[in-house]
Design a protein around this ligand. Structure first.
Ligand SMILES: C[S@@+](CC[C@H](N)C(=O)[O-])C[C@H]1O[C@@H](n2cnc3c(N)ncnc32)[C@H](O)[C@@H]1O
Length: 349
Protein backbone atom coordinates (compact mmCIF):
# COMPACT_ATOMS: atom_id res chain seq x y z
CA UNK A 1 0.00 0.00 0.00
CA UNK A 2 1.47 3.33 -1.07
CA UNK A 3 1.30 6.21 1.36
CA UNK A 4 1.26 9.92 0.61
CA UNK A 5 4.35 11.31 2.41
CA UNK A 6 4.51 14.23 4.85
CA UNK A 7 4.14 17.32 2.68
CA UNK A 8 2.42 19.66 5.15
CA UNK A 9 0.71 21.94 2.63
CA UNK A 10 -1.49 24.75 3.94
CA UNK A 11 -5.11 24.20 2.88
CA UNK A 12 -4.40 20.61 1.77
CA UNK A 13 -7.19 18.08 1.23
CA UNK A 14 -5.33 15.09 2.63
CA UNK A 15 -8.01 14.16 5.17
CA UNK A 16 -10.88 14.42 2.68
CA UNK A 17 -9.17 13.33 -0.55
CA UNK A 18 -10.77 9.91 -0.40
CA UNK A 19 -14.21 11.38 0.25
CA UNK A 20 -13.81 13.70 -2.75
CA UNK A 21 -12.61 10.91 -5.07
CA UNK A 22 -15.50 8.72 -3.95
CA UNK A 23 -17.86 11.26 -5.50
CA UNK A 24 -16.29 10.97 -8.97
CA UNK A 25 -18.52 9.37 -11.62
CA UNK A 26 -17.65 5.90 -12.88
CA UNK A 27 -17.42 6.97 -16.54
CA UNK A 28 -14.54 9.38 -15.78
CA UNK A 29 -11.01 8.22 -16.56
CA UNK A 30 -8.94 11.42 -16.62
CA UNK A 31 -8.68 14.24 -14.07
CA UNK A 32 -7.14 17.70 -14.16
CA UNK A 33 -6.20 18.96 -10.66
CA UNK A 34 -6.04 22.65 -11.60
CA UNK A 35 -4.70 24.03 -8.28
CA UNK A 36 -2.73 21.00 -7.17
CA UNK A 37 -0.72 22.48 -4.25
CA UNK A 38 0.84 19.63 -2.27
CA UNK A 39 -0.92 17.07 -4.55
CA UNK A 40 -2.94 15.26 -1.87
CA UNK A 41 -5.97 14.96 -4.15
CA UNK A 42 -3.91 14.05 -7.22
CA UNK A 43 -2.13 11.35 -5.25
CA UNK A 44 -5.42 9.72 -4.23
CA UNK A 45 -6.75 10.02 -7.80
CA UNK A 46 -3.56 8.48 -9.21
CA UNK A 47 -3.97 5.65 -6.71
CA UNK A 48 -7.55 5.13 -7.90
CA UNK A 49 -6.27 4.63 -11.45
CA UNK A 50 -7.06 8.01 -13.02
CA UNK A 51 -4.77 9.53 -15.60
CA UNK A 52 -3.92 12.70 -13.68
CA UNK A 53 -2.83 16.11 -14.96
CA UNK A 54 -1.73 18.56 -12.28
CA UNK A 55 -1.13 22.28 -12.34
CA UNK A 56 0.02 24.90 -9.89
CA UNK A 57 1.46 28.35 -10.42
CA UNK A 58 4.22 27.81 -7.85
CA UNK A 59 7.34 26.05 -9.08
CA UNK A 60 7.79 24.04 -5.93
CA UNK A 61 4.33 22.51 -6.34
CA UNK A 62 5.19 21.55 -9.91
CA UNK A 63 8.22 19.69 -8.57
CA UNK A 64 6.13 17.91 -5.92
CA UNK A 65 3.75 16.86 -8.71
CA UNK A 66 6.55 15.73 -10.97
CA UNK A 67 8.07 13.69 -8.15
CA UNK A 68 4.90 12.03 -6.86
CA UNK A 69 2.36 12.09 -9.70
CA UNK A 70 4.14 12.22 -13.08
CA UNK A 71 7.00 10.06 -11.87
CA UNK A 72 6.33 6.32 -11.93
CA UNK A 73 9.55 4.72 -10.80
CA UNK A 74 12.56 6.99 -10.28
CA UNK A 75 13.78 7.26 -6.66
CA UNK A 76 16.73 8.94 -4.93
CA UNK A 77 19.55 6.51 -4.19
CA UNK A 78 21.98 6.63 -1.29
CA UNK A 79 24.60 7.98 -3.70
CA UNK A 80 22.25 10.77 -4.82
CA UNK A 81 21.74 11.81 -1.19
CA UNK A 82 25.52 11.79 -0.67
CA UNK A 83 25.91 14.00 -3.75
CA UNK A 84 23.45 16.53 -2.32
CA UNK A 85 25.17 16.75 1.05
CA UNK A 86 28.84 16.69 0.00
CA UNK A 87 31.24 19.65 -0.18
CA UNK A 88 31.67 22.93 1.66
CA UNK A 89 28.89 25.46 2.31
CA UNK A 90 29.44 28.75 0.47
CA UNK A 91 28.10 32.30 0.27
CA UNK A 92 25.61 32.18 -2.63
CA UNK A 93 22.13 33.50 -3.43
CA UNK A 94 20.49 32.37 -0.18
CA UNK A 95 23.31 33.74 1.96
CA UNK A 96 23.17 37.11 0.21
CA UNK A 97 19.41 37.49 0.22
CA UNK A 98 18.00 35.53 3.12
CA UNK A 99 20.57 35.52 5.96
CA UNK A 100 18.73 36.64 9.07
CA UNK A 101 15.58 36.96 7.02
CA UNK A 102 14.43 33.34 7.27
CA UNK A 103 17.53 31.35 8.31
CA UNK A 104 20.84 31.89 10.12
CA UNK A 105 23.78 32.79 7.80
CA UNK A 106 25.45 29.38 8.24
CA UNK A 107 22.21 27.66 7.29
CA UNK A 108 21.89 29.82 4.17
CA UNK A 109 25.39 28.79 3.12
CA UNK A 110 24.39 25.15 3.50
CA UNK A 111 21.26 25.73 1.43
CA UNK A 112 23.43 27.28 -1.30
CA UNK A 113 25.64 24.20 -1.35
CA UNK A 114 22.72 21.75 -1.52
CA UNK A 115 21.05 23.76 -4.29
CA UNK A 116 24.23 23.66 -6.40
CA UNK A 117 24.59 19.91 -5.72
CA UNK A 118 21.00 19.13 -6.76
CA UNK A 119 22.04 20.31 -10.24
CA UNK A 120 24.53 17.41 -10.35
CA UNK A 121 21.79 14.75 -10.11
CA UNK A 122 21.50 12.81 -13.34
CA UNK A 123 17.79 13.30 -14.13
CA UNK A 124 15.15 16.03 -13.96
CA UNK A 125 12.83 13.76 -11.97
CA UNK A 126 15.53 13.22 -9.33
CA UNK A 127 15.93 16.99 -9.07
CA UNK A 128 12.19 17.29 -8.49
CA UNK A 129 12.27 14.68 -5.70
CA UNK A 130 15.22 16.51 -4.16
CA UNK A 131 13.36 19.87 -4.29
CA UNK A 132 10.27 18.31 -2.71
CA UNK A 133 12.45 16.95 0.09
CA UNK A 134 14.38 20.22 0.51
CA UNK A 135 11.02 21.95 0.86
CA UNK A 136 10.07 19.53 3.59
CA UNK A 137 13.34 20.18 5.44
CA UNK A 138 13.04 23.97 5.10
CA UNK A 139 9.46 23.87 6.36
CA UNK A 140 10.45 21.74 9.36
CA UNK A 141 13.00 24.34 10.41
CA UNK A 142 10.57 27.21 9.98
CA UNK A 143 8.21 28.25 12.80
CA UNK A 144 4.59 28.02 11.63
CA UNK A 145 5.81 26.18 8.51
CA UNK A 146 5.51 29.20 6.22
CA UNK A 147 7.77 31.97 4.96
CA UNK A 148 5.95 35.10 5.91
CA UNK A 149 7.12 35.37 9.53
CA UNK A 150 9.57 38.11 10.50
CA UNK A 151 13.09 37.31 11.63
CA UNK A 152 12.64 38.51 15.23
CA UNK A 153 9.72 36.14 15.67
CA UNK A 154 11.57 33.29 13.98
CA UNK A 155 14.58 33.75 16.29
CA UNK A 156 12.31 33.89 19.30
CA UNK A 157 10.48 30.69 18.40
CA UNK A 158 13.69 28.88 17.55
CA UNK A 159 14.96 29.70 21.03
CA UNK A 160 14.11 26.41 22.71
CA UNK A 161 14.14 27.78 26.28
CA UNK A 162 11.85 30.65 25.36
CA UNK A 163 9.50 28.42 23.42
CA UNK A 164 9.28 25.98 26.29
CA UNK A 165 8.60 28.69 28.85
CA UNK A 166 5.98 30.39 26.73
CA UNK A 167 4.30 27.53 24.86
CA UNK A 168 5.47 24.42 26.75
CA UNK A 169 6.99 23.18 23.50
CA UNK A 170 10.70 23.26 22.78
CA UNK A 171 10.28 22.93 19.01
CA UNK A 172 13.77 21.40 18.94
CA UNK A 173 13.13 20.15 15.39
CA UNK A 174 13.57 23.71 14.10
CA UNK A 175 17.20 23.49 15.15
CA UNK A 176 17.98 20.05 13.69
CA UNK A 177 20.06 20.16 10.50
CA UNK A 178 18.65 20.16 6.96
CA UNK A 179 20.37 16.84 6.42
CA UNK A 180 18.70 15.34 9.51
CA UNK A 181 15.23 16.23 8.20
CA UNK A 182 16.08 15.13 4.66
CA UNK A 183 17.22 11.72 5.90
CA UNK A 184 14.13 11.41 8.08
CA UNK A 185 11.87 11.82 5.04
CA UNK A 186 13.72 10.39 2.05
CA UNK A 187 12.45 6.82 2.48
CA UNK A 188 8.85 7.95 2.86
CA UNK A 189 9.10 9.99 -0.34
CA UNK A 190 10.82 7.17 -2.25
CA UNK A 191 8.26 4.64 -1.02
CA UNK A 192 5.38 6.91 -2.06
CA UNK A 193 6.40 6.71 -5.74
CA UNK A 194 4.36 4.23 -7.77
CA UNK A 195 3.28 3.40 -11.29
CA UNK A 196 -0.44 3.46 -12.13
CA UNK A 197 0.28 2.68 -15.79
CA UNK A 198 -1.06 6.05 -16.93
CA UNK A 199 0.56 8.97 -18.67
CA UNK A 200 0.30 11.48 -15.78
CA UNK A 201 1.56 15.00 -16.51
CA UNK A 202 2.52 17.96 -14.29
CA UNK A 203 2.05 21.59 -15.46
CA UNK A 204 3.31 24.85 -13.94
CA UNK A 205 1.29 27.83 -15.12
CA UNK A 206 -1.43 30.31 -14.25
CA UNK A 207 -4.56 28.20 -14.64
CA UNK A 208 -6.07 30.78 -16.98
CA UNK A 209 -3.34 29.98 -19.54
CA UNK A 210 -4.08 26.26 -19.60
CA UNK A 211 -7.82 25.78 -19.77
CA UNK A 212 -7.92 25.79 -23.57
CA UNK A 213 -5.08 23.29 -23.90
CA UNK A 214 -5.74 20.62 -21.29
CA UNK A 215 -8.67 18.24 -21.74
CA UNK A 216 -9.98 15.80 -19.14
CA UNK A 217 -13.22 14.17 -18.01
CA UNK A 218 -13.05 15.91 -14.62
CA UNK A 219 -11.57 19.22 -13.55
CA UNK A 220 -11.01 19.52 -9.81
CA UNK A 221 -10.85 23.10 -8.56
CA UNK A 222 -9.32 23.80 -5.17
CA UNK A 223 -8.37 27.48 -5.41
CA UNK A 224 -7.19 29.56 -2.46
CA UNK A 225 -10.21 30.25 -0.23
CA UNK A 226 -10.74 34.01 -0.29
CA UNK A 227 -11.02 35.55 3.15
CA UNK A 228 -9.06 32.80 4.90
CA UNK A 229 -5.30 32.60 5.37
CA UNK A 230 -4.46 32.06 1.70
CA UNK A 231 -1.44 34.04 0.53
CA UNK A 232 0.37 31.15 -1.13
CA UNK A 233 3.08 33.32 -2.64
CA UNK A 234 3.79 34.63 0.87
CA UNK A 235 3.83 31.13 2.35
CA UNK A 236 6.03 29.43 -0.22
CA UNK A 237 7.48 32.01 -2.64
CA UNK A 238 10.81 31.68 -0.84
CA UNK A 239 11.10 28.07 -2.00
CA UNK A 240 10.52 29.17 -5.60
CA UNK A 241 13.34 31.70 -5.13
CA UNK A 242 15.53 28.86 -3.86
CA UNK A 243 14.76 26.71 -6.89
CA UNK A 244 15.35 29.47 -9.46
CA UNK A 245 18.14 31.22 -7.49
CA UNK A 246 16.44 34.51 -8.22
CA UNK A 247 13.67 36.60 -6.72
CA UNK A 248 10.36 35.58 -8.23
CA UNK A 249 7.48 38.02 -8.62
CA UNK A 250 4.15 37.53 -6.82
CA UNK A 251 1.53 36.05 -9.14
CA UNK A 252 -1.76 37.52 -10.40
CA UNK A 253 -5.15 35.75 -10.35
CA UNK A 254 -4.39 34.73 -6.78
CA UNK A 255 -7.95 34.65 -5.33
CA UNK A 256 -6.89 36.93 -2.48
CA UNK A 257 -8.99 40.05 -3.11
CA UNK A 258 -12.56 39.81 -1.85
CA UNK A 259 -13.70 42.60 -4.15
CA UNK A 260 -12.67 40.91 -7.38
CA UNK A 261 -12.99 37.23 -6.52
CA UNK A 262 -16.56 36.77 -7.75
CA UNK A 263 -15.69 37.96 -11.25
CA UNK A 264 -12.53 35.83 -11.15
CA UNK A 265 -14.68 32.77 -10.43
CA UNK A 266 -17.06 33.73 -13.20
CA UNK A 267 -14.15 34.08 -15.59
CA UNK A 268 -12.87 30.67 -14.49
CA UNK A 269 -16.23 28.95 -14.97
CA UNK A 270 -16.65 30.54 -18.41
CA UNK A 271 -13.52 28.71 -19.59
CA UNK A 272 -14.32 25.16 -18.50
CA UNK A 273 -15.94 23.82 -21.66
CA UNK A 274 -13.20 21.16 -22.06
CA UNK A 275 -14.38 19.28 -18.99
CA UNK A 276 -17.49 17.17 -18.59
CA UNK A 277 -17.53 17.27 -14.78
CA UNK A 278 -16.43 20.12 -12.53
CA UNK A 279 -15.69 19.54 -8.85
CA UNK A 280 -15.10 22.65 -6.76
CA UNK A 281 -13.95 22.65 -3.12
CA UNK A 282 -14.91 25.60 -0.95
CA UNK A 283 -16.03 26.25 2.62
CA UNK A 284 -18.52 28.18 4.68
CA UNK A 285 -16.17 30.89 5.93
CA UNK A 286 -14.92 32.19 2.56
CA UNK A 287 -16.10 34.45 -0.24
CA UNK A 288 -18.08 34.13 -2.46
CA UNK A 289 -20.72 32.41 -0.32
CA UNK A 290 -22.28 29.08 -1.22
CA UNK A 291 -25.33 30.84 -2.71
CA UNK A 292 -23.21 33.18 -4.80
CA UNK A 293 -21.19 30.28 -6.15
CA UNK A 294 -24.39 28.40 -6.97
CA UNK A 295 -25.65 31.43 -8.82
CA UNK A 296 -22.47 31.62 -10.89
CA UNK A 297 -22.42 27.88 -11.62
CA UNK A 298 -26.07 27.82 -12.61
CA UNK A 299 -25.25 30.16 -15.44
CA UNK A 300 -23.37 27.30 -17.07
CA UNK A 301 -25.35 24.25 -16.03
CA UNK A 302 -28.66 23.36 -14.49
CA UNK A 303 -27.14 20.17 -13.15
CA UNK A 304 -25.33 21.44 -10.05
CA UNK A 305 -25.34 19.89 -6.60
CA UNK A 306 -23.46 20.50 -3.37
CA UNK A 307 -22.36 17.91 -0.86
CA UNK A 308 -20.85 18.97 2.44
CA UNK A 309 -19.07 17.67 5.49
CA UNK A 310 -17.14 18.90 8.49
CA UNK A 311 -13.45 19.50 7.94
CA UNK A 312 -11.02 20.85 10.53
CA UNK A 313 -8.16 22.92 9.20
CA UNK A 314 -5.47 22.92 11.79
CA UNK A 315 -4.00 26.39 11.62
CA UNK A 316 -0.41 25.97 12.77
CA UNK A 317 0.34 28.21 15.69
CA UNK A 318 -3.20 28.37 16.95
CA UNK A 319 -4.14 25.97 19.68
CA UNK A 320 -7.79 25.89 18.72
CA UNK A 321 -8.94 23.99 15.69
CA UNK A 322 -11.29 25.92 13.45
CA UNK A 323 -14.42 23.96 12.70
CA UNK A 324 -15.48 24.38 9.11
CA UNK A 325 -18.09 23.05 6.81
CA UNK A 326 -16.43 21.92 3.63
CA UNK A 327 -18.44 22.09 0.41
CA UNK A 328 -17.98 20.12 -2.74
CA UNK A 329 -19.85 21.61 -5.70
CA UNK A 330 -20.48 19.00 -8.38
CA UNK A 331 -21.38 20.21 -11.84
CA UNK A 332 -22.23 18.23 -14.92
CA UNK A 333 -21.27 20.49 -17.75
CA UNK A 334 -24.06 21.50 -20.08
CA UNK A 335 -22.10 24.33 -21.51
CA UNK A 336 -24.39 26.95 -22.90
CA UNK A 337 -22.80 28.42 -26.01
CA UNK A 338 -24.10 31.89 -25.29
CA UNK A 339 -22.19 31.94 -22.01
CA UNK A 340 -18.84 31.20 -23.55
CA UNK A 341 -16.50 34.12 -22.95
CA UNK A 342 -19.43 36.23 -21.77
CA UNK A 343 -18.64 39.46 -20.00
CA UNK A 344 -17.93 38.00 -16.58
CA UNK A 345 -16.89 41.39 -15.17
CA UNK A 346 -20.44 42.69 -15.34
CA UNK A 347 -21.97 39.87 -13.34
CA UNK A 348 -24.42 41.06 -10.73
CA UNK A 349 -24.95 38.86 -7.72
C1 LIG B 1 -5.97 25.40 -1.57
S1 LIG B 1 -4.41 25.25 -2.37
C2 LIG B 1 -4.51 23.65 -3.11
C3 LIG B 1 -4.27 22.54 -2.13
C4 LIG B 1 -4.22 21.15 -2.75
N1 LIG B 1 -5.51 20.70 -3.23
C5 LIG B 1 -3.66 20.15 -1.75
O1 LIG B 1 -4.39 19.23 -1.36
O2 LIG B 1 -2.50 20.30 -1.34
C6 LIG B 1 -4.56 26.38 -3.72
C7 LIG B 1 -3.38 26.39 -4.70
O3 LIG B 1 -3.71 27.25 -5.79
C8 LIG B 1 -2.50 27.77 -6.32
N2 LIG B 1 -2.86 28.92 -7.18
C9 LIG B 1 -3.33 30.15 -6.81
N3 LIG B 1 -3.63 30.89 -7.88
C10 LIG B 1 -3.35 30.13 -8.98
C11 LIG B 1 -3.47 30.35 -10.38
N4 LIG B 1 -3.92 31.51 -10.88
N5 LIG B 1 -3.12 29.35 -11.21
C12 LIG B 1 -2.66 28.16 -10.73
N6 LIG B 1 -2.52 27.90 -9.40
C13 LIG B 1 -2.87 28.87 -8.53
C14 LIG B 1 -1.69 28.10 -5.07
O4 LIG B 1 -0.31 28.14 -5.36
C15 LIG B 1 -2.07 26.92 -4.14
O5 LIG B 1 -1.12 25.91 -4.21
Amino acid sequence: MFKYPKVNYIGNKEKIAKWICDQFPSDAKTLFDAFSGGCSLSYEAKFKGFEVYTNDILKINYHIAKALIQNNSTVLSKEDVETIFSGEPFEGFMFKNYSEVFFFPEECKELDLYRANIEKLDSEIKKSIAFALMRRTMIRKMPYSRFNINWEKIKQLRDEEYSYEKYKRKRAYHNESFKHHFLQNVNDYNNAIFNNSKNNVAYNDDIFNLLDHVKADIIYLDPPYTGTMNNYFGFYGLIDDYISMSKTAPFQNNFIDRKTVSSLFDKLFSKLSNFKYWYLSYNNSSFPTKDELLYLLNKYSSNVKVVERKHNYKITGKERKEVNKEYLFIVENQFKEENKERKYATTEL
